[in-house]
Design a protein around this ligand. Structure first.
Ligand code: IDP
Ligand code: MG
Length: 156
């Protein structure tokens, strides 16, 4: 099954939206296989957003992401990366569709509540940046057989 890295950004934590966002993830049927809180260091955030280093918002992005606690999660499920990007919505809250996390809870392109990996390849890199492999649960969630059709031994 696919895995993706999610970060509930400092605005989500400070605005008391952790529960609302996690509720949406659980309702969808994604499995949370790792979760922890942390205050991220400048070095880690700079590495995480390295592809945006030349953008005008890079400095403020690093400041924002280090400004308070975040929640780090690894989610697992079929097509987890794409499913999460759809749940999250477009980058700017003012453009994101209603029904998405950013569309329902945010107004800003900067303070946009949540990060989700954008490909299986970046998910792998990002998960390894924030979690040791023994922090990821390997037991099968009890709901697995209800979320998926497992009648032929595969999860569909
Ligand atoms: P994504 O989070 O939807 O993948 P990216 O384009 O990868 O969006 O940008 C990374 C993060 O940088 C965004 O989530 C947001 O916090 C911030 N950001 C992106 N575009 C802007 C902008 O135009 N102004 C301010 N911050 C931005
Ligand atoms: Mg991105």
């Amino acid at each position: 099954m696919d895995q993706t890295l999610i970060i509930l950004k400092p605005d989500a934590v400070q605005r008391g939206l952790m529960g609302s966002v996690i509720h949406r993830i659980e309702r969808k049927g994604l499995s949370i296989i790792a979760m922890k809180m942390a205050i991220l260091s400048r070095a880690v955030v700079e590495a995480h957003y390295e592809m945006h280093r030349e953008k005008p918002f890079f400095g403020s992005l690093v400041k924002f992401m280090t400004s308070g606690p975040v929640v780090l999660m690894v989610l697992q499920g079929n097509h987890a990366v794409d499913v999460c990007r759809k749940l999250i919505g477009a980058t700017a809250g003012f453009k994101a569709e209603p029904g998405t996390i950013r569309g329902d809870y945010g107004m800003s392109a900067a303070n946009n509540l949540i990060h989700g990996s954008d490909s299986n390849e970046s998910a792998k890199t990002e998960i390894a940046r924030f979690f040791k492999s023994d922090e990821l649960l390997t037991c099968q969630p009890a709901l697995h057989h209800w979320v998926y059709d497992t009648s032929d031994g595969k999860a569909q």
